[in-house]
Ligand binder design. Structure first.
Ligand code: GCU
Length: 627
């Protein structure tokens, strides 16, 4: 075993311990920080709405003491200046400061912050009434759906917790810091980029900063369900209409429970009603044969109400049951070969712009997917709002979910590896009960070198270890074609169940017609052409070879579909990209104006010519076959 892998395992152990010990260490220094599975299904006191904000330019001395430490005695104290007499003890005042909407990015709310990457301080007051707050027999968690990129939280002037990573939720036990009546919270969110971040300093999507997803208070009994997985049993093989095909299994974890605690699992419509018992770690595994179970699929996305109960705590969720696996070059859904016809999509709100966060945003995204007759979407390059995977669960759209490990990061650093593991664990934990999510992707377009391959091989194995019921993948780039034979030999493929292949023949390299001559030499695994396409400004017209026109984009896609049809291992396609999206690296005036224009739709959902082409192709002559 590689020295690095051993080191990484040690590091991994410590990072996993971070997530767990955050649980144990309710000692003086840090309240529990965890991720409550099914948080969006629990009753909660929403803190969404208008929050006061103050902007801090680098070096942000109210947050950082210049020695790498977080300051607890700056804006976190939320003091008010004594205007009438000097000297002023503090020269800031949240109470008279303007407000930003939460959830939401700050960039599209305040024009002066459109391109701001740095620290924004959020503050709001809120009332605590029982059972919320420091009540006997209960605990109150401060839930953040996501905050990009780094965030530090204080309640009533006391540090609560911090989090790194812009696209996954976290829950911090605020019980001891809350008191009945009026309380206040201050959150510093820092979207500054750093070399050792994930993603690192340069990436082709927008660095939307802020409290970008829901914020709330969730009160639970002292013993509560913080984690559960309820799914179809995943045996070595799958056969429809057998007992195995209606057997559910999983576990329920009860935080604070001693061994022998009883947990009930019921799925009324499937005739499941069982009890299980926790072990010494509070985990209660279960296994039960349902009387009847309609499996979730793209044509019948059946969700079942699932009720979990432990002591006085109850969680209810809507879960679909399905089996996904590979067999040679085929991808099997409930034992049947499936072809994935979709597109890539960033978490950007169609029409209004900014981060996609509302049910209406999700419906608009689904509408565009339906318009191209898609059964699949690659949510790139980071976990999207949970509303999206709830919506794909209901709509029967299969999902590729990915951590934001985009191109170059500090692969040589163990501390960056444990960051990637934490992001992976958080992504998996939030969506492990979403039937529509079938892929966990560990990266996008990373350089083929030994450090990277070791890092990502370990990460892929960690993903498989964490969730053996889904397929592990990554989007590869290259080899850039020298001549017409493209031989993919990337060593990372050995660690993947399904391989994503990105290529831009006809845009970044060659002409659209070059694709007609390409021969791809690929290993005997299922492949997805995970990115291909061309830029076109909506309404820009010309000949099929006039770049930046709708005609040229359609021409590129046409030749791509023809090329892909000739590659036997291809089981899926996702053109880059469903909708034009903001990127600070795209600055050709009149053509890009700060947008990547490879969308099939404009950022205001106007369909370019390619929409018709893709819809017709997906309905009448799909470029990939199930087998
Ligand atoms: C890359 C990358 C995308 C990027 C796209 C492009 O392949 O994965 O994030 O936006 O190409 O260049 O348009």
């Amino acid at each position: 075993m590689q020295i690095k892998t051993v080191l990484r395992r040690a590091q991994l152990l410590s990072s996993a311990l971070v997530l767990l010990t955050a649980a144990a260490s309710t000692t003086a220094q840090q309240p529990l920080r965890t991720l409550l599975v099914g948080a969006d299904q629990r009753p909660a006191q929403s803190l969404d709405g208008d929050w006061h904000y103050l902007v801090e330019q680098p070096p942000a001395r109210e947050l950082y003491d210049g020695k790498g430490n977080i300051r607890d005695n700056g804006y976190a104290l939320n003091t008010h200046p004594n205007i009438s007499s000097g000297p002023h003890n503090s020269e800031y005042d949240f109470s008279t400061a303007p407000t930003l909407k939460v959830p939401g990015d700050w960039n599209t709310q305040d024009p002066t912050l459109l391109r701001f990457e740095g620290v924004v301080w959020y503050q709001r007051d809120f009332n605590v009434t029982p059972p919320t707050g420091n009540q006997p027999g209960t605990r109150t968690f401060f839930h953040v759906g996501a905050a990009n990129y780094r965030s530090v939280l204080w309640i009533n002037g006391k540090r609560l917790c911090d989090h790194e990573g812009g696209f996954t939720p976290f829950d911090c036990d605020a019980t001891s810091l809350l008191h009945p009546g009026s309380n206040f919270v201050v959150i510093a969110v820092d979207s500054t980029r750093h070399q050792d971040d994930i993603p690192s300093v340069s990436y082709d999507f927008y660095d939307y900063g802020g409290l970008t997803r829901d914020v709330s208070l969730i009160t639970v009994p002292a013993q509560f369900i913080d984690d559960y997985k309820v799914q179809l049993a995943h045996g070595p093989t799958f056969a429809a209409n057998t007992a195995a095909a209606r057997t559910v299994d999983g576990y329920v974890h009860v935080e604070g429970a001693s061994a022998g605690t009883s947990v009930s699992i019921s799925i009324p419509e499937a005739g499941v009603s069982i009890t299980a018992t926790t072990d010494a770690n509070g985990r209660a595994p279960f296994h039960a044969e349902a009387k009847h179970l309609d499996l979730w699929s793209t044509t019948s996305p059946r969700l079942y109400k699932v009720e979990l109960r432990a002591g006085t705590d109850t969680v209810t969720d809507q879960i679909g049951f399905r089996d996904v696996r590979v067999d040679g070059t085929r991808i099997l859904l409930n034992g049947k070969p499936v072809a994935l016809l979709g597109a890539n999509m960033h978490a950007e709100a169609p029409i209004r712009g900014g981060r996609a966060i509302t049910d209406a945003d999700m419906q608009n995204i689904l509408k565009m997917l339906h318009d191209i007759h898609a059964n699949y979407v690659r949510l790139c390059h980071y976990p999207h709002d949970e509303r999206m995977t709830r919506a794909t669960d209901r709509a029967g759209i299969l999902v590729w979910s990915e951590i934001p490990l985009w191109q170059r990061i500090s692969f040589e650093k163990p501390e960056v590896y444990s960051k990637a593991v934490t992001m992976l664990h958080e992504m998996i934990r939030r969506d492990q009960n979403k039937a529509s999510v079938i892929f966990w992707s560990v990266s996008n377009e990373t350089p083929n070198n030994p450090d990277r391959t070791h890092f990502l091989t370990d990460l892929a194995n960690e993903a498989r270890h964490t969730d053996s019921t889904r397929l592990i993948t990554s989007a590869l780039i290259g080899p850039h074609s020298s001549g017409d034979r493209i031989v993919q030999e990337d060593p990372l493929m050995a660690a993947l169940d399904v391989v994503g292949q990105n290529e831009y023949i006809g845009w970044y390299e060659g002409t659209p017609e070059d694709a007609d001559r390409k021969t791809w030499v690929l290993p005997n695994k299922p492949f997805i052409m995970s990115e291909f396409g061309a830029e076109a400004k909506y309404g820009n017209h010309g000949s099929p070879n006039d770049r930046w026109t709708e005609e040229q984009q359609a021409n590129v896609l046409q030749h791509q579909f023809d090329m892909i049809r000739r590659i036997p291992q291809m089981r899926g396609v996702t053109p880059w990209v469903l909708m034009d999206f903001r990127s600070s690296t795209r600055n050709i005036p009149k053509l890009q104006d700060g947008y990547n224009r490879k969308g099939l739709f404009s950022e205001t959902m106007q369909p370019k010519q390619s929409v018709e082409l893709v819809r017709k192709t997906y309905t009448t002559n799909p470029p990939v076959k199930p087998e």
